[in-house]
Design a protein around this ligand. Structure first.
Ligand code: DP6
Length: 373
């Protein structure tokens, strides 16, 4: 697969206006993406659980305009106009214009809302960019009279697979991790030798049968710090250029992906815990050893980690943690431990969260078309 596969055939249908609504979830990486090349190509492969409850719903309304020189759009979050989001979307439109040649022909109204609080410190870029990419794909499908066709082949692709693949390709150009949010329950992004069909250009579903213990896996997100991050992911990724440990880290991610592929199939929880926690701490170690260096964990992040380790040692529980690029802690555990772990969270961890807040989530199965008009 190359980028050229995602350039569409000439549009066949004249469409004046319309509107599509998609909801798309967030995801939590087990093997982390940290470091990228030009054009949102990851330095190493990653794999994530798709989430179920933390999601963005986006309605994209479009109407034909006369001036075709510029992009034209307005963005609303929970009904409120958000001009602050425009530069990120403008950059996204520029990156995907070759693959969506209709973008300058319409004025777009993008209305979005998240199930999680906006200021929760939970990144909305994965769910937001994937929802927007899907809405744009629905517009393209309409312009191609219901058949999504690439310029690289003569006949329509197997609709759904190509539709999702191109949406993932577009979402990646908005935010790397967004390409892993379209499907579930596990998605791999980044070319590697162990996952057949893996690509740097889009996410693919983990192709193997996953052990029952990982079905319905729980993720309770502890909201440790809801403020703006001091260092954005994009800046953090760039600090991997010339980082003294970068090459070793990228190699390790390949090894960890191969290892977790077996772990997920065989249900080896102790190995899962060791790999996932090591990945989380390695991600933050890369931040702490970049130049300039920075720390996104807070004192309460460490308190929680230590409490989880103590709880595991005392009870034999298989609960573990992972982190994304922030201070919040994702607490991961098998469904059958839900009652005991939730009680542990309530009594011992909630005090380290801002206003005692946490969000219960679990593994989910990807994006959904909510409405088309
Ligand atoms: C730490 O996908 O937010 O969550 O491509 O610059 O938008 P951009 O970065 P982003 O980075 C996410 C990094 C991470 C790890 C992961 O999700 O794999």
């Amino acid at each position: 697969m190359t980028e050229a596969q995602f350039i569409p055939k000439t549009y066949t249908k004249a469409v004046e206006n319309g509107s599509f609504t998609w909801s798309s979830p967030s995801n939590i990486a087990l093997v982390k993406y940290w470091g990228k090349k030009k054009d949102q190509i990851p330095e190493n492969p990653s794999i994530s659980f798709t989430l179920n409850n933390c999601k963005t719903t986006t309605t994209l309304s479009f109407s034909k305009k006369t001036d075709k020189e510029k992009f034209s759009f307005d963005v609303f979050l929970d009904g409120e106009k958000k001009d602050g989001f425009k530069p990120k979307i403008e950059t996204f439109f520029k990156r995907v214009e070759t693959y969506l040649p209709f973008l300058k022909e319409y004025h777009f109204k993008i209305e979005t809302s998240n199930t999680f609080p906006h200021s929760s410190g939970i990144a909305s870029s994965a769910s937001g960019m994937s929802a927007l990419a899907l809405c744009l794909m629905s517009v393209e499908k309409e312009l191609l009279n219901g058949q999504v066709i690439s310029s690289a082949v003569d006949k329509p692709q197997e609709d759904d697979a190509y539709f999702i693949q191109k949406a993932s390709f577009l979402a990646r150009l908005g935010s790397g991790s967004a390409c892993r949010s379209l499907e579930g329950d596990l998605v791999v992004w980044g070319k590697n030798d162990f996952i057949e069909g893996s690509s740097d250009l889009f996410g693919v579903k983990f192709p193997h049968q996953v052990h029952d213990v990982f079905k319905n896996y729980q993720d309770t997100i502890l909201l440790v710090d809801k403020g703006e991050k001091q260092v954005s992911s994009t800046v953090g990724h760039n600090l991997m250029h010339g980082h003294p440990f970068a090459q070793e880290r990228f190699k390790q991610a390949h090894e960890n992906l191969e290892a977790i592929s077996t772990i997920l199939q065989e249900g080896e929880l102790d190995k899962f815990i060791a790999l996932v926690e090591s990945e989380a701490l390695t991600l933050h170690a890369m931040m702490m050893t970049s130049m300039p260096y920075f720390i996104l964990m807070k004192p309460n992040t460490l308190q929680i980690i230590n409490k989880i380790w103590a709880f595991r040692a005392e009870t034999g529980s298989k609960v573990c943690f992972t982190l994304d690029a922030g201070a919040n802690v994702h607490v991961l555990y098998p469904e059958k431990e839900a009652t005991t772990v939730l009680e542990f969270i309530q009594t011992e961890l909630a005090e380290f969260c801002q206003n005692g807040q946490f969000i219960n989530d679990k593994v989910g199965f990807g994006a959904k078309l909510i409405k088309s008009e």
